[in-house]
Design a protein around this ligand. Structure first.
Ligand code: C2E
Ligand code: MG
Ligand code: MG
Ligand code: MG
Length: 292
């Protein structure tokens, strides 16, 4: 399981693995102090209406500014956090920081749109998660329908009774649940039937191939059809080009997220988007439906 074991058998990679192992070890150690040393922060990426470009929601994405190694992407440290209890403290910090940002934007005069946070699959196994969410909503006086939780099917695949209980509780609170990276893994449709899912996020790989790959188009079409039948909201992730946008529009995909509109940005930049102090990219390059 561990990289140490691989080390002894794969000799020609040994030095790389050593570096890798050292870095991993250090990251794991340093992550314990990341919250108290104020090294974690959130960026926010808009979710937009495919036709108008209007911001309909935000996704909060965690970043770690490491004192020696600079910015560490979440895919490099979230898995480390998930190996210990650290993911709990980090997950709580993310929810609270996102709620605080919402309150700050609101005080600045912005009209709020729902914000989503990513939740580690393991978090659902820890009793009391729903109470932490409830507590945060109360503390920040935030309406439950302004908070969305993004989970991956890794959370559902565990098939633990605690998970469905927690999801039911959250959904009764009015918190929305999004199934992230849909189409990437097993993507069992049974999950959509069994759990209180409100939103499907179509995995970025479909956007990557949608323009030239008819099979990708067909899969997206059937996801959209299913979403309609199940009465779910849908958003496509990872839209980078105009051609991809056009394709998703022609398939009638209502919502889009991706670098084409905006990369994840700081709370300050997001505030200026929400206050419409800066012309939002899609409007700036006039992607109104009749111009495309
Ligand atoms: P995700 O939730 O699927 O988030 C989407 C990822 O795609 C983000 O990467 C985002 O920056 C990136 N992205 C957005 N638009 C585009 C695009 O047009 N093109 C490309 N190439 N990429 C795009 P990021 O921020 O590096 O996050 C990676 C993953 O880390 C997330 O995938 C999520 O699974 C996880 N993650 C991020 N923040 C958190 C967090 O606060 N808690 C937990 N548990 N996981 C998190
Ligand atoms: Mg996500
Ligand atoms: Mg995703
Ligand atoms: Mg992902």
């Amino acid at each position: 399981r561990s990289r140490r074991e691989n080390h002894s058998t794969v000799h020609h990679y040994a030095s790389n693995l050593d570096i890798d192992y050292y870095r991993r070890y250090r990251l794991e150690q340093d992550l314990h102090y990341a919250i108290e040393r104020d090294q974690l922060f959130l960026e926010y990426q808009p979710k937009v209406d495919s036709w108008t470009g209007k911001i309909i929601g935000l996704e909060a994405l965690i970043r770690w500014q490491h004192p020696e190694w600079g910015r560490i992407p979440p895919n490099d440290f979230i898995p480390l956090a998930e190996e210990s209890a650290l993911h709990i403290a980090i997950g709580d910090w993310v929810v609270e920081t996102a709620c605080q940002a919402m309150i700050n934007w609101s005080r600045a005069g912005a009209e709020l749109v729902p914000i989503s946070v990513n939740v580690s699959p393991k978090r659902f196994l820890i009793p009391g998660f729903e109470h932490q969410i409830e507590q945060a909503l109360t503390t920040y006086k935030l309406s439950a329908d302004l908070l969305e939780l993004e989970i991956t099917e890794a959370a559902l695949i565990m098939d633990d009774p605690n998970i469905s209980r927690t999801l039911e509780h959250l959904s009764q609170l009015g918190v929305r649940i999004a199934l992230d990276d849909f189409g990437k893994g097993y993507s069992s449709m049974v999950y959509l039937q069994r759990y209180p899912i409100n939103v499907i996020k179509i995995d970025r790989q479909f956007a990557t191939h949608i323009v030239e790959d008819r099979k990708a188009q067909a899969i997206v079409k059937s996801i959209l059809y299913m979403a309609t039948e199940f009465n779910l909201a849908v958003i496509a992730e990872g839209i980078e080009t105009l051609q991809q946008l056009e394709m998703f529009r022609s398939l009638n995909c209502p919502n889009i997220q991706g670098y084409l509109f905006s990369r994840p940005v700081s709370a300050e930049v997001m505030e200026s988007f929400l206050l419409r102090e800066v012309l939002y990219p899609i409007e700036a390059c006039s992607l109104a439906p009749d111009t495309v």
